[in-house]
Ligand binder design. Structure first.
Ligand code: SAM
Ligand code: SF4
Length: 364
C-alpha cells in the first residue's frame, strides 16, 4: 500500500487527488498558514509579484436568467434596471487606457437577442480602435451560441469568464432553477465552445454556498484542472435578501469562514495549476476589508477595479454591501497601489496580462 503523504509532502505536489485536496482544504491553524504561504511561494516561482488589472465595466443589469443567488435575476422586481449607452462604455474603456490598466472586462446580465449580440460585437471593435488595439478585452456575458462567441472573438475579445458556479450537477440545480434556461450541461458545453473558439477561458465557483461540502469544493478544483482552463475566479457567496437562496442563509458558514475557505481554495488551486490567472474577486473585499490583498497573498494575480459610472454602480446589485461602490477610479488606483505595495506586490500597468498557462501552450 502506498503510504499517505504528510501535509508538507502534499504542499509540494501538483497532481493532487480528491482526498488529498480535502486534507489541504480542511487545514486550520499553523497548517492553514503553511498552505497559504505555499500558494504565494508557487505563484512567485512560476509567475512574479505583478498584479494584472481588468477595468470592470458593468455594462447592464438586465438578465434573462433567474439564478437563485443573484440580485440581477429576472425575477427580482426590486432592482432598478439600466444599460450603459455606447458612449458610456467607450468612455469607461478610454479611462481604463488613460489609467494604464491594459485591459477591460465587460460584464452584464445574460442577454441573447440579436441586437444585443450585434451591439457587443460593435463595441468590442470600437474598444479595439483605442490606441490601435492597446487594450485587452475580457467578456463575461454568460451563455451564448458558439457562433456568437466566434463573432465577439473575431471582433477582438480574447478572454471570456463563465463561472460554472458549482461543478456538481446536483448542487448546481439547488442554486439554479431546473429548466432549459439553466442547463448544467449547456454551461459545460459553453466552456468547451469558448476554448475551441480560441479564448483564454476562465471559470470559477462561489465558495460557502448552502449545501456545499468539502467534497464539492475538491471536485470543483479537479474540474478546473480537467477543463484545463486559463483563468479562474473564486469568491465567497454573499446572501442577497431579494433572492430565493436567502432563506438558507443560516445554513452557510460565517463570513470569516467563507473568506478562509476561499483563500484555501486559491492556494490549493495555485499548487495544482501554477501558471493560470486567478482573480481576487471583489466579493472577497466585501466580506473582509483586506480580502483582495489576502487573495493575492494566497496565490491570486488579477484584480478587477470597477470603472462603471458612479450612478449605475448601486444598481449592479449582485449581492449586498459590494466593496468600492462609492470610490472614483483614480482613488481606487492609488488605494490599490498602496495596498499591494504593502504586501510586496505591484501593478503591471499598460499590459494585457495574459494567462501564462495559455500563452505557453499556444506558443508558436
Ligand atoms: N451574467 C453573467 C454570468 O452569470 O456569467 C456575468 C455576470 S454575473 C453577476 C457574475 C458572477 O457574479 C457570477 O458568475 C456569480 O458567481 C457572481 N454572483 C452572483 N450572485 C452572487 C452572490 N450572491 N454572491 C457572490 N457572487 C455572486
Ligand atoms: Fe443573470 Fe449572471 Fe446573475 Fe445569473 S449570475 S442571474 S446569469 S447576472
Amino acid at each position: 500500500m502506498t503510504p499517505i503523504p504528510s501535509f508538507d509532502e502534499l504542499l509540494r505536489k501538483q497532481e493532487l487527488d480528491r482526498e488529498e485536496i480535502k486534507v489541504l482544504l480542511a487545514a486550520e491553524g499553523p497548517e492553514k498558514g503553511r498552505l497559504l504561504r505555499r500558494g504565494l511561494e508557487v505563484k512567485l516561482a512560476h509567475l512574479d509579484n505583478c498584479v494584472h488589472l481588468r477595468g470592470l465595466i458593468e455594462f447592464g443589469n438586465v438578465c434573462e436568467k433567474n439564478c437563485l443567488y443573484c440580485g440581477l435575476r429576472s425575477g427580482n422586481g426590486r432592482v432598478e434596471r439600466y444599460c450603459l449607452s455606447d458612449d458610456e462604455v467607450l468612455s469607461c474603456a478610454r479611462l481604463a487606457h488613460e489609467l494604464g490598466y491594459g485591459s477591460v472586462a465587460l460584464q452584464s446580465g445574460e442577454r441573447s437577442y440579436p441586437e444585443f449580440i450585434a451591439r457587443i460585437e460593435r463595441l468590442v471593435r470600437e474598444i479595439k480602435k483605442i490606441d490601435n488595439g492597446s487594450l485587452g478585452i475580457t467578456l463575461s456575458l454568460g451563455e451564448q451560441t458558439e457562433e456568437t462567441y466566434r463573432r465577439w472573438f473575431e471582433a477582438g475579445a480574447h478572454r471570456y469568464l463563465l463561472r460554472i458556479e458549482s461543478s456538481d450537477e446536483e448542487l448546481y440545480y439547488r442554486i439554479h432553477p431546473r429548466n432549459a434556461t439553466h442547463d448544467f450541461h449547456r454551461r459545460v458545453d459553453c466552456l468547451e465552445a469558448l476554448k475551441r473558439t480560441g479564448y483564454q477561458t476562465g471559470t470559477g465557483v462561489m465558495v460557502g454556498l448552502p449545501f456545499q461540502t468539502l467534497e464539492h469544493l475538491a471536485a470543483d478544483l479537479l474540474f478546473f484542472k480537467r477543463m484545463d482552463v486559463a483563468m479562474v475566479g473564486l469568491g465567497p457567496y454573499i446572501p442577497h435578501p431579494d433572492t430565493p437562496l436567502y432563506k438558507f442563509k443560516d445554513l452557510i458558514p460565517s463570513a470569516p469562514e467563507r473568506m478562509d475557505m476561499t483563500l484555501k481554495m486559491i492556494a490549493v488551486l495555485r499548487l495544482m495549476m501554477p501558471e493560470i490567472n486567478m482573480v481576487a474577486a471583489t466579493a472577497n473585499q466585501t466580506i473582509d476589508p483586506q480580502g483582495r490583498e489576502k487573495a493575492i497573498s494566497a496565490g491570486a494575480n488579477v484584480i478587477m477595479p470597477n470603472l462603471t459610472p458612479g450612478e449605475y454602480r448601486e444598481s449592479y446589485f449582485i449581492y449586498p454591501d459590494k466593496a468600492c461602490v462609492k470610490d472614483r477610479p483614480d482613488q481606487c488606483q492609488t488605494c490599490l497601489d498602496i495596498r499591494l505595495a504593502a504586501i510586496g506586490h505591484k501593478i503591471l500597468y499598460n499590459a494585457w496580462g495574459d494567462s501564462k498557462a495559455f500563452t505557453e501552450k499556444h506558443r508558436g
